[in-house]
Ligand binder design. Structure first.
Ligand code: ADP
Length: 422
């Protein structure tokens, strides 16, 4: 209510009453007292509000209401801002917890202020370690040196180290200046990355090694051929000998290209319906040259079902498995290849009666260039990539290679495919 209205009403009432009872002065004095009493009431309300200023002020008179309402609005705004900040902080802390990299906040003296879940996991720490020196809880000499050398231009580089808590794991640490002497340590698990780098180095070394052998042989022959002091007959006979190392290099390059293609290109969305016995028959015919007799490879088909796939890749799978079965068996030993229904799947099985594979090698034979006995495998003309190709072809056909083998008795390689539903 407006004060002016109250004052006027009070004055009017006092004047009227004063004239009526002929006591104008007393009536005006009474009205003044009532006015003071009303003001005191409003003042009390402001005082009560100031004790709990987040409550809406309940002054009835406008000027008193305005006194408390302006700060009340400011306080409300501040409260909302604090709530928003708390929410953002909670979100940030939650975010720090979901990122897979470890984040540790260090006080100027090197003690841990806070750390996220990933950091706890990577360094095997817990909330109990908060407040302790990071260098004392992570007992890795390299890491301790790294922390103490922070600020040198050298330690701006990340550090690769192994935490004592998990020697199997390779970690990378980076330090960031968070201002005011505070530091943030970022940690990430680089075990897989290091493994990949090692694999890449091994791969390049293996390819170079595999190419060097036929190249050395060929350059030896070429040297003799270009030596005019050597008899003409010998020089001509060497032309023929160039073919095997050349073929070997060609096979290796073909296998490498096929493997790269299998690894790097996604399988076509549109695949063809394939009747596996047809693919097997083509592969068997192609490999007759490796057989002692036409009956050495025995085929058995007991499935009418077709599968979805890529014919060239499945052909390459059959050729690799069959040629291995022939190559790693005594000359003339029979090899069985079958396509059968197995539960809901179509199963391709290649069984040999050859040398077999010792159990400790079974997990690794699909690795590139892995061979149980490298010297023996290479004299058999293998590139060391056959089973890696098989593995990738099967991956692209939602299948996987299964092997059972007994040293000295032979091996069985098999894989299951999902048939096209009729
Ligand atoms: P390679 O070209 O050397 O044959 P693969 O990748 O085809 O390479 O095979 C890897 C290794 O697995 C071979 O070197 C060989 O030692 C072993 N292996 C593969 N198939 C057979 C098999 N049927 N019998 C025995 N050993 C096998």
């Amino acid at each position: 209510m407006k004060e002016l209205t109250i004052i006027l009403s009070l004055a009017l009432a006092a004047i009227l009453l004063g004239l009526l009872v002929d006591e104008l002065a007393w009536c005006l004095f009474g009205a003044t007292l009532i006015w003071i009493w009303l003001q005191a009431g409003e003042f009390r309300k402001v005082r009560a509000w100031s004790r709990r200023p987040l409550r809406r002020p309940d002054n009835g008179m406008d000027s008193w209401f305005d006194i408390s309402y302006a700060p009340y609005r400011v306080l409300l705004r501040e409260r909302q801002r604090t709530r928003d900040m708390a929410l953002r902080l909670r979100e940030l802390l939650g975010l720090a917890d979901v990122i897979p990299d470890g984040v540790i906040q260090l006080r100027p003296n090197g003690d841990i202020e806070s750390l996220n879940t990933a950091a706890k996991k990577l360094l095997h720490l817990s909330d109990k370690d908060i407040g302790l020196g990071l260098a004392t809880v992570v007992r890795s000499p390299d890491f301790v040196r790294f922390l103490s050398g922070y600020g040198d231009s050298k330690s701006d580089e990340p550090l690769d180290f192994t935490a004592a808590a998990n020697p199997e794991q390779d970690l990378e640490a980076r330090l960031f200046d968070a201002g005011g002497g505070w530091t943030v340590v970022m940690l990430r698990d680089i075990t897989a990355l290091n493994r990949l780098l090692t694999m890449r180095q091994n791969f390049v070394a293996n390819v170079s090694h595999e190419l060097r052998t036929p190249l050395t042989v060929m350059s030896g022959y070429l040297e003799t051929m270009s030596d005019e002091s050597e008899p003409e007959e010998l020089r001509l006979s060497l032309v023929e000998r160039l073919t095997p190392p050349l073929k070997r290099m060609q096979t290796l390059v073909d296998d490498l290209m096929l493997l790269t293609q299998l690894e790097s290109t996604p399988i076509a969305a549109q695949q063809d319906p394939i009747y596996l016995p047809d693919v097997v028959n083509t592969a068997v015919q192609e490999l007759q040259g490796l057989c002692e007799s036409p009956e050495q490879i025995r085929v058995h088909f007991d499935s009418q079902q077709t599968i979805l796939g890529i014919e060239t890749e499945l052909h390459s799978l059959c050729v690799n498995l069959l040629s291995n079965a022939l190559n790693y068996s005594p000359s003339g030993a029979p090899v069985d290849i079958s396509v059968t229904d197995h539960g809901d799947a179509v199963r391709l099985t290649i069984k040999d009666n050859g040398y077999g594979i010792a159990p400790e090698h079974l997990d690794r034979i699909t690795e590139r260039f892995y061979s149980v006995d490298s010297a023996d495998a290479r004299t058999r003309g293998g590139t060391g990539l056959g089973l890696a190709i098989v593995k990738h072809v099967l991956l692209r056909h939602d299948s996987s290679l299964q092997v059972t083998s007994t040293l000295g008795s032979g091996s069985t390689f098999y894989c299951d495919f999902e048939p096209i539903q009729q």
